[in-house]
Structures are given as structure tokens and as C-alpha cells.
Ligand binder design. Structure first.
Ligand code: CA
Length: 228
């Protein structure tokens, strides 16, 4: 799960990312309100940890702008201030929850768990698409009574494709979301993993194919009676 941390105190931002990464999230930081807004708008994050006092745009403005655009990503506001007015203002602007600094790691994790749980599909144990079933706990992909185990990256790539069946997923999205800050990764890495996945999907005898849309990316499609 990808978490965006927007906090201008770099030590704190890095500490929060460290806590989140240790807990198994993929956390990335930005250090001012405007770049935080741009990152949150990308749709690549499952939740945003957002400081209130930020340069360029404060946290209230960021969350207000996200909601104005109809972006419903869960937002946890961080505030150093404890006045009730701030809390009310934050929630009014569209934040889902707030936390007062300083805080302990377990509180941060508990609040994030609660926030991400509210997003319907992320807590499901499995994703399905046509005759394919992806177990989100064991990373096993199955079709009928056949199943194969997916490697970490294969799993992340297919999870994105299966969660976004109504739309095309670009190579760049996959690269950003699955490989994150890995500077050695390129679109070739994405292509390689899609090719591994195609072999596994074919091996399962599924009706599903990962279709390449030139210049756009990938999409899952169903071909009935394939090979029959
Ligand atoms: Ca701050």
C-alpha cells in the first residue's frame, strides 16, 4: 500500500516514512503543500499523511482542493496545534482524521489502518477478474483448480491491473507504483514482468489476457473460449 507523507520538517518526514516502511507500507515524502497536492492528485497513493503547517499551501488548503476535485483518498492531518478550531477546520475541509504532534508510532499505524480499511476493496482477501482469482495474502494466482505463486513484483503488477479493470494502466504508473524509488528500474522492467505474468496466466488456461495498448499501457481483457 502506498502512503504519501507531506511534512516540511524533513527529519519528521523521514521518521514517519521509516515507521511506515518498517510496517510494510511503501511511503514517500514531499516537503511542501503544493508538491504534496500534485502527488496526491496522481492517484498513486492509498492514503495521505498531511501536516497542517506547510510552506506554499497549508494542509487545509491541500485537502480542500483534493475534495473539490472529487479525489477521495483518505487523509490523516497532522497538527502541532491542539485547538479545537484546527481540528474542526481540518475535518470540515475534508480530512478523514487528525493526529496531534508529537505522536507515537503505534498511534500513527492504528489510525492509518482504520483509514485505509474504509476504502472498500483494499481489505479484501482476494481480487477476481473473469476466471482469475488473486489471493492477496498468499500471492497465489488461480484459475479453476490450477494455481501458481507470484513473485513480489509480479503480484504488485497484476494487483494493479486487476484493481483497475475498467481502465488502462500505463507503464509509467506501474513503474512508479511497483518499483517506486528504485532508480535502476525502467519500462523494460515493467515489460519483463508483464511477460512473466502472461506466461503464468497462459499456464493457468485462463480466458484473461494482458493486452498491450500501444503508447498507452496495459489492460486485462477476456477472450472467451480461447484455444477451445
Ligand atoms: Ca510543518
Amino acid at each position: 500500500m502506498n502512503i504519501l507523507v507531506v511534512e516540511d520538517e524533513r527529519n519528521l518526514a523521514d521518521a514517519i516514512c521509516h515507521i511506515l516502511n518498517e510496517a510494510g507500507y511503501n511511503a514517500e515524502a514531499t516537503y511542501d503543500g503544493r508538491s504534496g497536492l500534485t502527488s496526491a492528485e496522481s492517484g498513486l497513493y492509498d492514503a495521505v499523511v498531511l501536516d497542517v503547517m506547510l510552506p506554499k499551501m497549508d494542509g487545509f488548503e491541500v485537502v480542500h482542493e483534493l475534495r473539490r476535485q472529487g479525489i477521495s483518498v483518505p487523509v490523516l492531518l497532522l497538527t502541532a496545534r491542539t485547538s479545537t478550531t484546527d481540528k474542526v477546520e481540518g475535518l470540515d475541509a475534508g480530512a478523514d482524521d487528525y493526529m496531534t504532534k508529537p505522536f507515537e508510532a503505534p498511534e500513527l499505524l492504528a489510525r492509518l489502518r482504520a483509514l485505509t480499511r474504509r476504502q472498500g476493496d483494499v481489505m479484501l482477501d482476494e481480487l477476481t477478474f473473469a476466471d482469475l482469482k488473486l489471493d492477496l495474502t498468499t500471492h497465489d494466482l488461480s484459475c479453476g483448480d490450477k494455481s501458481v505463486h507470484l513473485s513480489g513484483k509480479e503480484f504488485e503488477v497484476l494487483r494493479m491491473l486487476m484493481s483497475s479493470t475498467s481502465r488502462i494502466v500505463s507503464k509509467q504508473d506501474l513503474l512508479t507504483r511497483v518499483w517506486g524509488a528504485d532508480a535502476d528500474a525502467s519500462e523494460n522492467s515493467v515489460e519483463a514482468y508483464v511477460s512473466f505474468l502472461r506466461k503464468k496466466v497462459k499456464h493457468l488456461g485462463s480466458q484473461v489476457q494482458i493486452t498491450t495498448l500501444r503508447m498507452l499501457g496495459y489492460r486485462l481483457e477476456v477472450f472467451e473460449n480461447l484455444g477451445a
